[in-house]
Design a protein around this ligand. Structure first.
Ligand code: C2E
Ligand code: MG
Ligand code: MG
Ligand code: MG
Length: 291
């Protein structure tokens, strides 16, 4: 009996493993095609000044709209794109697309908007990453100060050597650097000393239960103090309601991002937003708050 169970067990794992591999290969085939067919699209989420309600920039977030019209989020394909190296090609497309969109907004008169672009580990390991960023910037004749690169702590810590080389390039060329999902990685704070970090982004897991969860209140206060003391800019992610926004604005967290202002939206929709509201995402709410 035991033997039989064991055998069934092995068979079960074997089948599910096979299915896993089959799914991955399927997905990989689709992903390769999607690059050829240009099925990617960039969505943008506003970053809002907590004092004025003014939109100060946008984060570019990739979406894959497959041949059947389904929208596939980055969490579902970025890992595969990383494992296979396809992320390098995808990343180059993201850089070009995001920079050219920013230029269109600048030309409409929103000429101090910044663009934030996410960079993952495999991209960081690629020795030409800094050249890819610089190429997109110069091709679009953008001042490098408008380009923010977002890297998670994890990515830094797992790639110390390539990080160092990349950071050197970032500083030399004048791009800015944000630590994404701050607080959820290993949080070895020493990299704040060694790397030219400009901004930290408080992870949304700390924001979700503000202001009623006392632990989160203490954690966020500590992160805010750290940033203020080190002269770093602060962005809070995942703002979904006015209470969270009020708490953060009151503590001088400069910039907020989240569904409260807007979900990530396509570029032309973002343009309409900018034009119709003159770059102010929530004028009435913020002015009520500060008056
Ligand atoms: P991230 O950079 O931390 O981006 C923030 C994620 O939180 C986005 O998910 C965004 O849609 C979501 N979000 C924003 N505000 C709220 C909110 O108020 N509530 C909730 N529940 N969620 C919110 P998304 O777009 O699915 O992206 C997931 C991750 O995929 C990103 O995390 C980033 O690490 C990665 N990613 C996205 N685009 C790119 C890209 O172009 N290149 C690379 N390498 N990675 C990307
Ligand atoms: Mg990000
Ligand atoms: Mg994040
Ligand atoms: Mg994230």
């Amino acid at each position: 009996q035991a033997k039989l169970d064991g055998k069934n067990c092995i068979k079960f794992y074997d089948e599910s493993l096979k299915e896993d591999i089959r799914n991955r290969l399927d997905m990989l085939k689709k992903l390769r095609k999607s690059i050829e067919n240009q099925e990617f699209s960039l969505y943008y989420q506003p970053k809002v000044d907590t004092k004025t309600g003014k939109c100060v920039g946008a984060e570019a977030l990739i979406r894959w709209i497959d041949a059947d019209g389904n929208m596939i989020g980055p969490d579902q394909f970025i890992p595969l794109a990383e494992d296979t190296g396809l992320i390098v090609q995808i990343g180059e497309w993201v850089l070009e697309e995001a920079c050219s969109q920013l230029v269109r907004w600048h030309k409409l008169g929103f000429d101090d908007l910044t663009i934030a672009i996410n960079i993952s580990g495999r991209q960081l390991q690629h020795p030409e990453l800094i050249d890819h960023v610089t190429d997109a910037q110069t091709r679009n004749q953008l001042d490098p100060k408008f380009i923010e690169l977002e890297l998670t702590e994890q990515v830094f810590i797992e790639n110390i050597d390539s990080s160092k080389a990349f950071m050197h390039g970032v500083r030399e060329k004048g791009f800015s650097l944000s630590i994404d999902d701050f607080g959820v990685g290993y949080s070895s704070l020493s990299y704040l000393k060694h790397f030219p970090v400009d901004t930290i982004k408080i992870d949304r897991s700390f924001v979700r239960n503000l202001p009623h969860d006392q632990d989160d209140v203490h954690l966020v206060n500590t992160i805010i103090n750290l940033a203020h003391n080190m002269g770093l800019k602060l962005v809070a992610e995942g703002i979904e309601d006015i209470k969270q926004l009020e708490f953060l604005a009151h503590k001088d967290c400069h910039i907020a991002q989240g569904f409260f202002f807007s979900k990530p939206i396509p570029g032309d929709e973002f343009t309409k937003f900018l034009l119709s509201m003159n770059g102010n995402f929530t004028p009435s709410i913020i002015s009520n708050m500060t008056s």
